[in-house]
Design a protein around this ligand. Structure first.
Ligand code: SF4
Ligand code: SF4
Length: 283
């Protein structure tokens, strides 16, 4: 049987906030009953891209992590409030709009903070996956349709097909939290891991030049992990390094220059190395 999933690609999102605005456009001032009452204009966001920065100048990386209800298969909110939360056959998790009225305690039932309180209507609410539109035959929720870079996508397929897509695209849940989410993330390393960046140079006629094309190999405990090449500015980057993983070594080599080793340790932050100057070999 086919069901719905959403994929959020961190490498494509540029933080335009079109998803948030589209959700507002669809739901503020519009009650799509029996699916949901209208959303508050300012006090709630059912979807939100959160800015995440790594590194420091000159080696920085900025991404946006879009958060919304995960439409969990083993939803903690459903376990806590089975009379209010409905899991549909297509995977969408809905709050019963009538039953959710006056139940502020529903907000705490989502461990991911995705249920919010509508003070104007005194009701608990969350993303509906735009079920009112999908049930009308539209192919996508409003936020997905509004994303100009297709950083959000929705897929309807069997569990077996989605398992293959998950494997092929390296999809991951946002965290290890409970619930078996139906919203999975691509390129999540930009949120969960660190990078090591730096630059290699050499001196020629008193001028500092970029060591473009230098080969760099990253080791941990003597085991080779990754390889890269310095770009035309002599800069290099190893990304996807798990946080707090300890001591690494980088071997640097460039034809005509003495090889160099860099020892470093990776803690909770990305590592930005000072430029390293290579020495010419003596003939
Ligand atoms: S993310 Fe939260 S509100 Fe959404 S289904 Fe999971 S537990 Fe429920
Ligand atoms: S699927 Fe619909 S309700 Fe959910 S965040 Fe997107 S626009 Fe809002």
């Amino acid at each position: 049987m086919e069901s719905l999933r959403m994929i959020v690609d961190l490498a494509k999102c540029v933080g335009c906030f079109n998803c948030l605005m589209a959700c507002k456009d669809e739901h503020v001032g519009n009650a799509w009953l029996p699916y949901t009452d209208s959303q508050q204009k300012h006090a709630q966001n059912w979807i939100e891209p959160l800015r995440h920065e790594r590194g420091k100048v000159p080696y920085t990386d900025l991404c946006y992590v879009t958060r919304l209800c995960r439409h969990c298969d083993d939803a903690p909110c459903e376990k806590a409030f089975p009379a209010v939360v409905q899991k549909r056959g297509d995977g969408i998790v809905l709050l019963d709009a009538e039953a959710a009225k006056g139940k502020a305690e529903l907000v705490a039932a989502c461990p991911h903070g995705m249920i919010s309180w509508n003070e104007e209507l005194r009701t608990a609410q969350k993303c509906t996956m735009c079920a009112h539109l999908l049930d009308e035959g539209l192919p996508e929720p409003r936020c997905v349709q509004a994303c100009p870079l297709r950083a959000l996508s929705i897929i309807k397929c069997t569990d077996a097909v989605f398992a293959e897509i998950t494997e092929n695209q390296g999809l991951l849940p946002l965290d290890d939290g409970p619930g078996k989410p139906r919203v999975l993330y691509k390129n999540l390393y930009r949120y969960t891991s660190n990078f090591i960046a730096g630059a290699l140079c050499f001196m020629e006629d008193g001028i500092e030049k970029a060591a473009a094309g230098a080969k760099l190999r990253l080791f941990a405990g003597g085991v080779p992990l990754k390889e890269t090449e310095a770009d035309f500015l002599g800069e290099f980057k190893f990304d996807g390094i798990p946080r707090n993983t300890g001591v690494f070594r980088i071997d640097c080599s460039l034809s005509g220059f003495k090889p160099r080793e860099i020892e470093l340790s990776v803690g909770g932050e990305s590592v930005c190395l000072a430029p390293l100057c290579l020495e010419r070999r003596q003939n």
